[in-house]
Design a protein around this ligand. Structure first.
Ligand code: HEM
Length: 310
């Protein structure tokens, strides 16, 4: 079977118009009463199927992620994926990437907010007895796929077969082939500060033009541009991730949900390290002057092989 056929569909597909993200932490008191979470996950897959069929054109998917802290509780009889570990908090100067709790993560996406909401409520009905909902965030497409800072996001994402190679695990136990590592960070974007800056400076901070979304040549792009700092290379070869970022929030509190998939969490960790840590030339990612991470969690998105077993 092709590697991409072993992935949860929502892991490889582009973000939809609407997203709903749920993060759960297992309840201590429930741990003695359950033997794995197979029945609950199977029920969630049933909900996905039932709601997707209400309107196939809405392309609803529910993707399930499990963190290192919950793996042995959720799948007591399945070996943990090789590289699954908790998100490591990072800090440099005033910049912080906190690590926050999260055992199970659900990413619901589709073209219809109402279907997402219905799926979220049903899923919550299944998980609430054994876990606590710690984050409940709705994301949305803004204009032509822009972040709230008004720059197009996702342009340099790998496409087609390159995406599957960048995102899907290929060298772990068979049951994990087609799985993927996910890092989630919810950012608050400080639009009041951002919008005080001239367009020319904003474009330098991103390393692309705002209106027509063209990348600056390396000769002009500052070393502190987001697209310079976030790019990961190993011996001249670029190591790609796949970002499904979406804006979230209301008029007073809002920002970016960073949703980054990779075949190894090391790619995203390297990117985060380059962004936050002041390098020898005294620079860091200046996007972090305008966006602060509120959460940080790592998950593994089990393969379809594993989920089909449920
Ligand atoms: C507030 C949070 C963030 C915002 C608003 C943001 C926004 C953007 C924008 C506008 C681009 C340029 C277009 C594109 O190629 O997508 C971009 C590129 C990129 N971002 Fe972010 N980003 C955020 C967080 C992150 C984080 C946390 C990471 C890594 C862990 C990251 C990794 C990347 C990468 C790898 C690229 C492509 C670089 C290239 O090859 O040119 N971003 N981001």
């Amino acid at each position: 079977m092709n590697l991409q056929d072993l992935a949860q569909p929502g892991v490889l597909s582009d973000p939809g118009t609407f997203a709903h993200y749920l993060t759960y932490v297992m309840r201590e008191e429930a741990l003695d009463t359950i033997d794995g979470l197979r029945d609950q996950l199977a029920a969630i897959l049933g909900i996905e199927k039932a709601i997707r069929q209400k309107d196939l054109s809405a392309r609803l998917t529910v993707s399930i992620g499990v963190s290192a802290s919950a793996w042995d509780i959720v799948f007591p009889d399945i070996l943990r994926p090789d590289e699954l570990h908790p998100f490591q908090a990072m800090a440099d100067g005033p910049r912080e990437f906190p690590a926050t709790p999260g055992d199970i993560f659900l990413m619901i996406k589709s073209e219809r907010m109402d279907l997402n909401f219905q799926a979220a409520r049903y899923i919550n009905g299944i998980l609430a007895p054994v876990s606590e909902l710690t984050e409940d965030i709705q994301g949305f497409r803004y204009l032509d796929n822009r972040d709230l800072i008004n720059f197009v996001d996702g342009t340099e994402n790998p496409q087609g077969i390159d995406r599957s190679i960048a995102v899907l695990v290929n060298d772990d136990a068979d049951i994990h082939r087609g799985g993927s590592y996910l890092t989630v960070q919810r950012y608050i974007d400080h639009l009041d500060l951002w919008e005080k800056e001239a367009q020319e400076y904003q474009e330098q901070v991103i390393g692309r033009s705002r209106m027509d979304n063209v990348e600056m040549p390396d000769s002009v792009k500052p070393p502190w541009a987001h697209t310079a700092k976030s790019k990961v290379e190993d011996e001249g070869e670029e190591l790609k991730m796949f970002r499904q970022n979406r804006p979230w929030g209301n008029v007073t509190e809002h920002g970016t949900m960073f949703i980054g998939f990779a075949a190894s969490p090391a790619v995203i960790e390297a990117s985060l390290d380059q962004m936050i840590t002041t390098s020898e030339d005294g620079t860091y990612d200046r996007l972090l002057d305008f966006a602060s991470a509120q959460t940080g969690c790592n998950f593994f998105m089990p393969s379809k092989t594993l989920l089909d077993e449920l």
